[in-house]
Design a protein around this ligand. Structure first.
Ligand code: GAP
Length: 451
């Protein structure tokens, strides 16, 4: 973990938030390379969920969430972690993460009894801060997918089964944020709520578990690093009938990367008016505030059915950490030297290619390199850099370390015959290619096809 943290800071992937004022626990900023990797992960998820399927629509809803949404969802009552205080050093800890009954700070055993601590952030809304007008920062992106269920059905005429996908920020006032970006207070979720008829839910649950494992593998996370965990009944969230967690061997241990829950008809039922008219299985709070029935009507029987929901929910930061951890390696080279490589899948690499003139500031070489850079950038595959450093070896090392799949060197031969040296990050193999062939080479590498 220490090596990954150091690489992230050194190369501009991740910085401690508010660092110049001493930093703030559980908050991180994503630098020039971090934002590219993060965007690429989110784009890959979105493409697999929305573009590659005909049964999923997208959504981008507000982060500030009305109290009623999180009252009827059950979060006000149950979204808590057990907290203890150390009476000696005054620190606070999550009771379920203590090693024995000792304060991890001062080792005192003088702790309070655990008490529930609600993880939701509250903020006042409007110009008068008298405590009556407030909203929550959403603790999961899921809830406003549920509250928009009818809007999406009415505007798209979608029929069951279908899903609504959303990627966005979520906030949790974690008692003890830790392990770098693994447990933080502000993070992003990639969530799909997949609505299906009761009775088909268990089949869909299995299908989504398989689909999600395949997706992680396509991002470079090997199956050997993943394990499935069937969450036992006494650990299930209040809305879940069954949850399968995809666990990943993080540097600090085996922990949850993504959860895939069968949320039954709990959420849509909870947010619906006239619940007695609905065929609800879940036990929900009677709702006197909603003005909508989040259900579908059977054309023949006229009965209202509340769809069941299968929810694959992945954290972007945890995905980022897992992908980085899988990609990171230090290789021994001849002469006792080493190189650090981020063997990222090309579609995730922050920089797609670097074009390097052999000699710094040489007019002819730089002009040709700039032309190649512009051509490749024009493919719209992601960022392409011109490295006018004059130090090929140093540029290769830097680009190996940040996961750039191709380095293209322009030398004096290039000026004469229009060929360049193309170096592959993983094999370090160097090929001489015609300039006009580089575009299709890069397209093949990133899209898997040169079309
Ligand atoms: N809507 C369901 C839900 O939110 P969850 O298991 O609490 O379920 C889903 O969260 C995913 O969000 C987790 O698998 C994890 O990847 C990510 N996540 C949750 N809390 C997090 C935190 N404090 N920091 C970073 N990621 C977190």
């Amino acid at each position: 973990m220490d090596e990954l943290v150091a690489l992230c800071k050194r190369r501009g992937f991740i910085f401690q938030a508010n660092e110049i004022y001493g930093g703030m626990q559980g908050l991180y900023d994503y630098g020039p390379l971090g934002v590219e990797l993060k965007n690429n992960i989110k784009h890959s998820w979105w493409a697999s969920m929305v573009y590659d399927r005909d049964d999923v629509e997208g959504l981008d809803a507000s982060i500030l969430t009305a109290q009623n949404v999180l009252k009827y969802s059950g979060h006000e009552d149950t979204f808590t972690d057990p907290m203890v205080d150390c009476k000696d050093c005054k620190s606070r800890w999550r009771a379920d993460q203590l090693d024995g009954s000792q304060c991890p700070g001062c080792k005192s055993k003088n702790l309070t009894e655990p008490r529930p601590f609600n993880l939701m952030f509250k903020t006042s809304v409007g110009p008068i801060d008298d405590g009556t007008s407030f909203a929550y920062l959403r603790p999961e992106t899921a809830q406003n997918i549920f509250t928009n269920f009818k809007n999406v059905v009415d505007s798209t005429s979608k029929k069951l089964p279908f899903g609504i996908a959303q990627v966005g920020k979520a906030f949790r006032n974690e008692i003890t944020p830790r392990n770098f970006i693994f447990r933080v207070r502000e993070f992003e979720q990639m969530e799909l709520e997949f609505f299906c008829l009761k009775g088909t839910d268990e089949k869909w649950h299995k299908e989504w578990v398989d689909a999600r494992i395949a997706w992680w593998e396509a991002q470079g996370v090997s199956k050997d690093s993943l394990e499935l965990y069937n969450v036992p009944e006494d650990e299930l969230a209040h809305y879940s009938k069954a949850t399968v967690d995809i666990m990943y061997k993080f540097p600090h241990g085996l922990e949850e990367l993504e959860g895939i829950a069968n949320r039954t008809d709990f959420d849509l039922g909870s947010h619906s008016k006239n619940q007695s008219e609905l065929n609800l299985d879940a036990l929900v709070k009677e709702n006197k505030d909603s003005n909508s029935k989040l259900a579908v009507q059977d054309i023949e029987t006229k009965n209202w059915n509340v769809p069941y929901v299968i929810e694959p929910s992945a954290g972007v930061e945890r995905g980022f950490l897992a992908i980085l951890n899988e990609a990171y390696r230090v290789e021994s080279l001849e002469g006792g030297k080493e190189r650090t490589v981020l063997g990222l899948k090309a579609h995730l690499s922050p920089i797609k290619a670097a074009v390097i003139p052999l000699k710094r500031n040489h007019d002819g070489l730089v002009a040709m390199a700039q032309e190649i850079k512009n051509e490749l950038q024009g493919l719209k595959l992601g960022r392409v850099l011109l490295e006018n450093s004059g130090n090929i070896g140093k540029s290769y090392r830097r680009h190996d370390e940040i996961g750039t799949p191709l380095c293209i060197t322009v030398d004096f031969e290039s000026l004469e015959d229009g060929t360049v040296t193309v170096r592959d990050r993983d094999s370090m193999k160097q090929d001489r290619l015609k300039i006009q062939d580089i575009k299709s080479e890069l397209k093949k590498l990133i899209n898997g096809t040169d079309v």
